[in-house]
Write a protein that binds this ligand. Structure first.
Ligand code: PLP
Length: 470
């Protein structure tokens, strides 16, 4: 669908009040929630196409969450000591080696790792699941609703993607039947859907898989920032997560889990650090985790991730969950009141939902709505297929959706601004015109300064995840 919407350019402010035209004043919206760790960026002010400035509303935590303030401070504290790890006798090298190995323990404890589990630092969840894929000694079963990170790595070996049924109960029954029918080494399953926020009952999934002799890998990229995950208590065998979704955007993720497969697997990255000894022709590989961490480790990323775990552990199950549930309820009620907005669901009987939801707006391409929300209201959320193409094809055939996701820095005002902006769109329309530019919807013209850091604008469109302005 190609739409050039809506009205000619006017400089009329959109329905939501934008308070000032001053670019860099601050509003600390976390000050009223002292029980929650503060996040960076809540004071960011952004330009609108109308020429005004407004406080940025970040409803895109599920893509990448802002750093916790204490994570950013910890990294600042570590930087003077930054040095190579595992290789130097120098004082700073020794400090950094201790930091990395301590981070391993902290992250392991955060996810309830068993004493003999391995914690391997990776770049992110995608990297972690690719590593696991090279370790599985047999066939893998997953659901077809997964993020591509938990779908595509398995395609390199024997695997099946089971169609998720329309209720959790039937999906569990189908999983049991599929596991009984074909010997399966690993059931790889999402902890929380990155599209609908819906969760599966992890203990029941584990019981079903273990009864059939299969291990369970949990893609916890979305679940871990919202709910406590405990490997030992749930029996989950492997877990993958990304630091950048867990308020530690410094380039580290982890794979945590049972040692035997990981010790037997080919090294994930062959090179220095992954070996015990090398001769001209032979290599004696180290055991996991070092076996899979060839090259210089990302010690800052690991330290940041560990600091995020320390900050989140005390609040995840209590204050953070309560905060997100309240805002999710507010968002759902708000969206239900806007004509033409439909929220997407896979499983109406999901036992829990994290504060992530996707929706469509009748007759408006998702990319167009996202461009409007950004350009006229300073609201950032995600549009497209969310790297879950098979699921999106089921939920909105041929189309894209919008996704709003809530985190520690989100406020009721943020949610209300989204709902008000959507209501303005469907009742009176946009104040600006929009058209596809380089495959994405954009305001035309776009008078905003898009290079506030002065690094230059990209020469072409970046890689996306199947978003097309059509
Ligand atoms: N799994 C889920 C459920 C996700 O939402 C994502 C990212 O959005 C990933 C895996 C991949 O995470 P990363 O891009 O950090 O590897």
């Amino acid at each position: 669908m190609t739409v050039t919407l809506d009205r000619p350019h006017t400089t009329t402010a959109a329905a939501t009040p934008h308070t000032t035209d001053t670019p860099h004043t601050t509003t600390d919206t976390t000050a009223d929630r002292p029980e929650l760790p503060a996040v960076t960026g809540t004071e960011l002010r952004v330009p609108l196409v109308t020429g005004e400035w407004t406080r940025y509303v970040n409803l895109d935590y599920a893509a990448s969450a802002p750093a916790l303030r204490e994570v950013a401070e910890h990294v600042e504290q570590v930087l003077p000591y930054y040095a190579s790890v595992h290789r130097g006798a120098g004082y700073a090298s020794q400090v950094c080696t201790g930091l990395l190995e301590r981070a391993r323990e902290t992250v392991g404890a955060f996810v309830g790792a068993r004493a003999d589990d391995v914690v391997i630092f990776t770049r992110n969840t995608t990297d972690a699941l690719n590593l696991l894929a090279s370790s599985v000694p047999g066939s893998v079963l997953c659901l077809d609703i997964e993020h591509h990170a938990n779908l595509l790595p398995w395609r390199g070996g024997p695997h099946r993607a089971l169609r998720a049924a329309d209720t959790v109960e039937r999906t569990l029954e189908d999983l049991a039947v599929a596991l009984a029918a074909t010997p399966t080494a690993l059931l790889a399953i999402t902890g929380a859907s990155n599209v609908t926020g819906e969760v599966l009952p992890v203990e029941r999934v584990v019981a079903i898989a273990h009864a059939a002799g299969a291990r369970v890998a949990l893609d916890a990229a979305q679940l871990a920032p919202h709910r406590r995950v405990d490997l030992a208590a749930t029996g989950v065998d492997y877990l993958a997560l990304s630091g950048h979704k867990l308020y530690a955007p410094y380039g580290a993720g982890v794979l945590v889990g049972r040692r035997d497969w990981l010790d037997a697997a080919p090294p994930h990255l062959a090179g220095g650090g992954a070996v015990r000894a090398v001769t001209e022709t032979g290599t004696e590989w180290a055991a996991a985790p070092h076996r899979h961490e060839g090259g210089t480790p990302n010690v800052l990323g690991a330290a940041a991730l560990a600091q995020a775990c320390r900050a989140l552990a005390p609040v995840l199950a209590g204050a953070a969950a309560a905060h997100e549930r309240a805002l999710l309820g507010r968002l759902e009620a708000g969206l239900a009141s806007v004509p033409g907005v439909e929220v997407l669901r896979i499983w109406p009987d999901s036992p829990d939902r994290i504060a992530v939801l996707s929706f469509v707006v009748t007759d408006r391409p998702a990319g167009y709505v996202a461009a409007y929300l950004s350009a006229e209201h300073g609201i950032g959320l995600r549009d497209g297929k969310f790297c879950a193409h098979p699921l999106l094809e089921r939920l909105c055939p041929g189309g894209d959706a919008l996704r709003a996701s809530i985190g520690l820095g989100t406020t009721a005002e943020d949610v209300d601004r989204l709902v008000a902006a959507l209501r303005t769109l469907v009742t009176t329309g946009a104040s600006w015109t929009y058209a596809p530019v380089d495959g994405r919807w954009a305001p035309t013209p776009d008078p905003r300064e898009l290079d506030p850091l002065g690094v230059g604008l990209p020469g072409g469109p970046g890689a996306g995840c199947g978003t097309t302005a059509a």
